[in-house]
Design a protein around this ligand. Structure first.
Ligand SMILES: *Cc1c(COP(=O)(O)O)cnc(C)c1O
Ligand code: SF4
Length: 454
């Protein structure tokens, strides 16, 4: 049995592959950026997923290890000077936090709007934004097997809003489900809920099963564990127990939807991931896959087509392609709406209908999940055609609408209406704050409202 071993800022220099391949400058760059943006790898990612012969261009290396350009030069130099100048730990932390505050640590920031209140109690471990689906943040699942360098949960991982958003209280969750019969799905998210040992997870799931909530159809588990630690389902001590738990839920009429986060086909190459997928599917759970599209990692139609084909081959259902969020190192990862759409289309049109269950590219923005349907021309004007896949108001869903074409746009709040309209149709109810102008927020931190990835 392979034992999980975390690799972090503190011990990455001891990794043989790092010692063998990286220059001192590259290692220092990891330290400089890693002092601001968190990272964490593990023995499986390092030994099985990264191609060290070509690490500088390896998507999984870039996904896992901080890169110099992930910080703006001004931030990079500020931190570099402090480290090289021998600043003490406390001082480094102050500088790191100052820079972090300039990286939009809580994008969209509508947590408060999604936070349900029941009998005047704020349910801080729950978000309920879309009618059918409630997000649940179990307090023991608030970290991950590896931190992805693009992840919008970075403020949580650096302790800026630790556990603020988590919940232990199963009874409250069940009560909320009962009092909201429109909810059919509960999505366990985090962090990564499958970081929880089976015993802990089963407390939650067994309680849901025992509660026999008539409206509850689906338990979704959003997880990166299949990609970054498939041992969780094969050789970990409680792997079998986990799969039995899935079976039990299924027998009780609760569909287990495993929302697997894969960013690159290289994550689907190992024997153990195949085995893990097989075992999960044999438990009666269904695996759906999702990923953001990111420059430097997967901004290539061939990569997506390959990934979807491979997923289908393994029995998974492609589900979402997301756009990278407006937080952290977005400038490094962000793909323009236009590029993302071209890549989506070039990939989508070359796969069979079986893989075209995927939807995207989609932005998880304040008012909802907005899909870029494409670029078109109406009365001589170039426009984006968009639609809501999910809306704060379900009535917004699947109504195509237009925005002015702008090749530089990367997010919903970069977009403007066309044909003399002042607002998008949904702005009556939900005005967009064009927050680029006020990107720097002021000290109170919260987790972003989206379950973008998991
Ligand atoms: C994406 C998301 C969901 C799930 O949406 P589906 O389209 O049903 O997969 C639920 N809640 C929030 C806040 C989300 O961002
Ligand atoms: S929440 Fe998802 S994207 Fe973020 S670090 Fe964890 S696995 Fe990666």
């Amino acid at each position: 049995m392979e034992k999980y071993k975390a690799v972090t800022l503190r011990n990455f220099r001891e990794i043989p592959q790092i010692e063998a391949h990286l220059s001192e400058e590259e290692k220092r760059n990891i330290e400089i950026v890693g002092n601001v943006l968190p990272f964490k790898a593990n023995n499986y990612v390092i030994n099985e997923l990264i191609d060290w012969e070509n690490y500088q261009n390896d998507p999984l290396y870039i996904l896992t290890f901080p890169q110099k350009d992930m910080l703006e030069p001004i931030h990079f130099h500020e931190m570099a000077d402090a480290i090289l100048g021998g600043a003490k730990k406390a001082e480094l932390k102050l500088i790191a936090n100052k820079i972090r505050l300039e990286l939009n640590p809580h994008p969209a920031g509508q947590m408060e709007q999604n936070l349900p209140i029941m009998e005047e109690v704020k349910l801080t471990g729950i978000q309920h934004k879309y009618r059918e689906t409630m997000l649940f943040f179990p307090s023991q699942g608030q970290t991950c097997h590896a931190y992805c360098t693009f992840c919008f949960r970075w403020p949580q991982f650096v302790g800026m809003n630790e556990l603020k958003f988590a919940m232990r209280d199963i009874d409250l969750m069940i009560k909320y489900l009962r009092t909201n019969p429109a909810i059919t799905d509960i999505l366990f998210t985090g962090g990564d809920p499958l970081i929880m040992r089976t015993k802990v997870l089963s407390n939650y799931l067994e309680a849901l099963i025992d509660a026999k909530i008539p409206n509850l159809r689906t338990v979704r588990l959003g997880s990166k564990a299949l990609a970054y630690w498939p041992q969780r389902f094969v050789t970990d001590a409680d792997a079998d127990e986990l799969l039995k738990l899935f079976e039990k839920a299924k027998r009780a009429g609760i569909h287990i939807a495993f929302m697997a986060h894969f960013n690159h086909p290289n994550e689907l190459k190992t024997e153990i991931v195949e085995k893990a997928i097989d075992r999960i599917l044999n438990s009666g759970a269904v695996i759906r896959t999702q990923s953001p599209i990111m420059r430097n990692i997967n901004d290539d139609a061939e990569v997506w087509a390959h990934m979807w084909r491979r997923q289908v081959e393994l029995g998974c259902i492609p589900y979402y392609m997301f756009l990278a969020r407006d937080t952290g190192a977005q400038h490094y990862f962000a793909c323009s709406l236009e590029n993302a759409w071209h890549i989506f289309r070039d990939a989508y049109r070359q796969v069979s209908g079986i893989a075209r269950t995927v939807r995207g590219p989609s932005m998880s923005a304040g008012p909802g999940k907005v899909q870029v349907l494409g670029i078109s021309e109406v009365m001589g004007e170039q426009v984006y055609v968009l639609q809501f896949i999910q809306g704060r108001n379900p009535d917004w869903v699947a109504r195509p609408f237009f925005a002015k074409y702008d090749p530089k746009a990367i997010w919903l709040d970069d977009l403007f209406p066309v044909f003399g309209q002042e607002k998008f149709f949904f702005e009556q109810e939900y005005p967009l704050t064009r927050k680029k102008a006020q990107a720097v927020h002021n000290g109170h931190h919260q987790l972003s409202d989206e379950s973008l990835l998991l």
